[in-house]
Design a protein around this ligand. Structure first.
Ligand SMILES: N[C@@H](CCC(=O)N[C@@H](CS)C(=O)NCC(=O)O)C(=O)O
Length: 213
């Protein structure tokens, strides 16, 4: 299996964590977002949306959208599960994950930030204000939606909500957002990053990682 990835892509980071948790091997295919490789014809032939990540299965089929790929992965490789079996518990986990992956992350995309910073003329400081505003809103929601005192966001094993959260926390550090208002999220970060599947998926541990960008 190939994973089209970029070291700093939050959506690709989700899949790296999940693939590692499942023990599913993959070949990373780097797509450099800063060089615009995701907009080139070669990559659009893989993902017409021009967004990272995408997965190419061994039989050549291509899957896009990280949340759809997480769903496929969990069905194709059921152990360890990313969701609880009980339907209400499953919906709660999905809801917390989506507060980040659906309601927060899309507002912080490379193309969105270029539009805010350059096209709308809000500049670098406007971009920071934008990032802090939308990330804070997402973290406020997540902090209340997850279980208050389990080891991971829901229960004693990592799952979908943790997978959605941790890449966003990486982004928060990049944008110098102080996590003090969200002690539960700060604690989850420490627990998750100590887990080998999360550690191996970290941006700085990727083959295409750059010193600073
Ligand atoms: N909903 C998509 C979002 C994918 C996405 O936004 N990818 C970002 C990187 S994290 C991207 O390719 N951005 C390029 C751009 O904004 O031009 C998913 O979950 O896969």
């Amino acid at each position: 299996m190939k994973l089209y990835t970029y070291w700093r892509s939050g959506a690709a980071y989700r899949l790296r964590i999940a693939l590692n948790l499942k023990g599913v091997p993959y070949d990373p295919v780097p797509v450099n977002l800063l060089k615009g490789e995701h907009r080139e014809d070669a990559y659009r032939a893989v993902n017409p949306a021009g967004l990272v990540p995408a997965v190419e299965l061994n039989d050549g089929q291509v899957l896009t959208q990280s949340l759809a790929i997480l769903d496929w992965l969990d069905r194709a490789f059921p152990q360890p599960p990313l969701f609880p079996r009980e339907p209400v518990a499953r919906a709660r986990v999905m809801s917390a994950g989506m507060a980040i992956a659906v309601d927060t992350h899309p507002l912080q995309n490379v193309s969105v930030m270029a539009y805010v910073r350059d096209d709308l003329g809000h500049g670098k400081s406007g971009a920071f204000t934008w990032q802090h505003h939308w990330m804070s809103r997402g973290f406020d929601a997540f902090e209340k939606l997850c279980d208050p005192d389990t080891r991971f966001a829901f229960g004693e094993a990592p799952g979908y909500a943790d997978i959605c959260l941790i890449p966003q926390v990486y982004n928060a550090h990049r944008w110098r957002l102080d996590l003090t208002p969200w002690p539960r999220i700060a604690a989850l970060e420490a627990v998750c990053l100590a887990h080998p599947a999360f550690d191996a998926a970290r941006p700085e541990n990727q083959p295409d990682a750059e010193k600073e960008a």
